[in-house]
Design a protein. Structure first.
Length: 333
């Protein structure tokens, strides 16, 4: 199988680089200065084993490949706000022997949130969800670090519509050879909803900074409680904290000194967008559909989007001001 990593950022480049180290055939898809750096100088990937440079094929779109192969696996690792454009571009690409990628090839949605699988299922016949536990940093073109050990990350994998198949097991075997835990599960979205709850604090970190603070922890807890209430009202199952802990225990130890998470990194790189609509916004959507007030998550979603649109530096808001905004929204709810 050839792995085409659509979105070779923190997650995509780490998976692609590790697959290549294990002997896999990998193509990186990137854009802008990052694509230029990857093409010119290779992927500079640092893991717990140290730094390496991987010189891999780099493209900006399917036309540069000159046609897809029947054994290609598309791994979608762009942020969810960029998923539709990526799915449309790659889904329409022709596969050797006839048909399009959307008709013939598997796509793996390795992203935070739960929306990309739904977007993909509208377009692709073979959609897999990937619940990603892979702390990684991408703050400069061409360079990515993922320092967890002894495994680089844990990637639960299964059919987005439920179930598992032989292809999922083959992909999981490749990932395990590349240094990941890759449990094949029949309920991958249950794991992704649990991860969603854990990502509700991303906007707090992005706007107020990654430094620990009791006031930040308190606001994140309020957002999580709203998320739990919304999932309960919607009847959506999710993996328990105990299940998540067991899945990672002794497998992924994260260094103490790490920079901010994915949303913080989006602001740091000045991308102009952030994934809060598909994290906190998912809770807001469920709350509106099922009559659950979600003022804290709406505040976090709104604040994160303002930071992204206006190019504000990550961490430049005080937690006192953000909490005050959440309190005002809660009083109006």
């Amino acid at each position: 199988m050839r792995y085409i990593i659509i979105g070779a950022g923190a997650i995509g480049a780490t998976i692609g680089g590790r697959l290549a180290e294990a002997g896999g055939e990998v193509v990186l898809v990137a854009r802008g200065a990052h694509a230029e750096a990857l093409a010119a100088d290779g992927l500079r990937l640092t893991t717990a084993d140290g730094p390496r440079v991987h010189r891999l094929p780099v493209v900006t779109g399917p036309a540069e490949l000159g046609g897809l192969r029947p054994d290609d696996v598309l791994l979608l690792a762009v942020k969810t706000q960029d998923a539709v454009a990526a799915l449309d571009a790659w889904g329409a690409a022709e596969v050797a022997g006839g048909g399009t990628a959307a008709q013939r090839l598997p796509v793996l949605c390795a992203q935070n949130g739960v929306e990309s699988e739904r977007l993909a299922l509208r377009r692709f016949a073979r959609v897999y969800g990937v619940c990603v536990w892979l702390p990684a940093t991408f703050t400069e073109p061409g360079a990515v670090s993922a320092l967890c050990a002894p495994l680089t990350g844990v990637l639960h994998l299964g059919l987005a519509a439920g179930g598992a198949d032989a292809r999922a097991r083959r992909i999981a075997a490749d990932l395990e050879r590349a240094g990941f835990g890759a449990p094949v599960v029949t309920d991958v979205m249950r794991w992704k909803y649990a991860k969603l709850l854990g990502n509700l604090g991303n906007a707090v970190q992005a706007t107020t900074g990654p430094e620990p603070d009791p006031a930040k922890a308190a606001l994140v807890l309020r957002a999580r409680r709203e998320g739990l209430e919304a999932l309960l009202a919607a009847g959506i199952p999710y993996a328990s904290d105990a299940e998540e802990a067991e899945a990672r225990e002794g497998k992924v130890r994260q260094p103490d000194a790490v920079r901010g998470g994915s949303s913080w990194q989006s602001l740091y790189r000045g991308t102009g967008t952030i994934e809060a609509d598909y994290l906190n916004g998912e809770v807001c959507l469920l709350g509106r559909l099922h009559g659950v007030p979600t003022p804290v998550n709406e505040t976090l979603r709104h604040a994160a989007n303002i930071f992204a649109r206006e190019g504000l530096p990550p961490g430049s808001m005080s937690i006192a001001d953000l909490t005050a905004l959440a309190d005002e929204a809660a009083a109006r709810a």
